[in-house]
Ligand binder design. Sequence first.
Ligand code: FDA
Length: 378
Amino acid sequence: MDLLVVGSGFFGLTVAERAAAAGRKVTVIERRPHIGGNAYSEWEAETGIEVHRYGAHLFHTSNATVWAYVNRFTSFTPYVHRVFTTHRGVVYPLPINLGTINQFFRAAFSPAQARDLVRRQASEFDPKNARNLEERAIGLIGRPLYEAFIRDYTAKQWQTDPRDLPAEVISRLPVRFTYDTRYFNDVWEGLPVDGYTAWLERLADHPNIEVRLATDFFDESHPFSKGATVGRLPIVYTGPVDRYFGYQAGALSWRTLDFEQEVVEVDDFQGTPVMNYADAEIPFTRIHEFKHFHPERSASYPPDRTVIMREYSRFATGDDEPYYPVNTPEDRARLLAYRDLASNEKDVRFGGRLGTYQYLDMHMAIGAALSMWNNQLA
Ligand code: FDA
C-alpha cells in the first residue's frame, strides 16, 4: 500500500482515483457501511425512487477543470434547480426575485422600482455596523422581506433567535431584480444520470484501489488504524480534525439535520423538488420530493407513489452526524490550534469538509482534492 485514504466521500475518492491512475496502490477506509460520504444515494425499496440519504445533493460548478474531471465518471441530466417557499399559506419563488417581491407586495414593480423600494426599506440599518444577524439582514433587504422569508427560517435552522446570532453568519442575501428563478448561478449544473452512488462507485473502480467499508480509523483492532499507520506511510485524512487529535483543543461545533422519510400514496405531493417552509409554526425547514429531481425517469418511477423527506435542523451533539460548521469565535480559535497540530503531523494531510472544518460543495471538495493531489502528493 502506497497511500491510505480515510473517508470515501468525494474528497477521499478523488485523491484515491488520481493516485491509482498514477500507479499507486491505495486503500480507502470508510467508517460507514457504504461509500460516498454525504453524497451517497440509494433506491428506496418500495418505489425504486433515488433518495439522497444525507439530504438533497445538486451538482453545480463553474470550474472547467472540475467539470471535465467529473464528466469522466458520469454524465449529467439537464436538471436546473429551483426552490419555492411557503409563507402564511402562499407559495413564493426563491431566491427572492422580482416575482417574489411583486407577489409579496401585490405590485407590478419594474426592476428599478423594486430596487428603489428595497433600498429604502433596507436603510433602517447599516449592514456594516450590524450588531446581530437580524440587523444585518434588514440592512441588506429591508424588514418586510426579512420578516417574511428569512427570520423564522433562520431561527429554525439555528434554533436561535436571529437577534442572538452574530451578524457574520450572513455576508449577503441574494435578491434578484429580474424574474430569473434559477437557484445556482454556475455555468454547469445537473444530476448524475444513473445516480450518485453509481458515479461514486466508478470513481473507486480501479485495480489499484481497495475500499474497506465499516472500518473506523480510530478502531485499533485492524491494520489500517491510526496507531498502525501514522508515520509509516502517507495518509489523507478526511474525518473530523478535532477527533483526530482526541479533542485536545476542544470539540468543534456543528449543526446536524434530522430527516423524516415517507412514502406517500399520490403521484405528486408538492409539484416541485424542494419546498421551504418559512414560518415558525411549521417545525421543519423544508420538504424534498425526490421524484422531481429526475423527470426523465417518469416512465420507470411509479405513477401512484412518491417519496418525500422532511428536514429538521438542530445543533449536533454526541454521535450526531456533523453537517454544517457553526463557526463561533471559539470554534475559529480551536480550528487554528488544530491547524497548528496538523502542520506538525508527519505525512498526514487533512482534507475535505470534516478535515478542514469548512462547508464545501461537491465541486469544491473535488477541486480541493485535485489540488492536493497535484500540489502535494503527485
Ligand atoms: P464527506 O462527509 O462526504 O466524506 C467524509 C467521509 O469520511 C464520510 O463518509 C465519513 O463516514 C468518513 N469518515 C469520517 N470519520 C472516519 C473515520 N474515523 N474512519 C473512517 N472513515 C471516516 N454539495 C453540493 O455541491 N450540492 C448540494 O446540493 C449539497 N447538499 C448538501 C446537503 C447536506 C445536508 C450536506 C451536509 C452537504 C451537502 N453538500 C452539497 C456537500 C457535499 O456533501 C460535500 O461537498 C461532500 O460531502 C464533501 O465530501 P467530503 O469527502 O469532504 O466529505
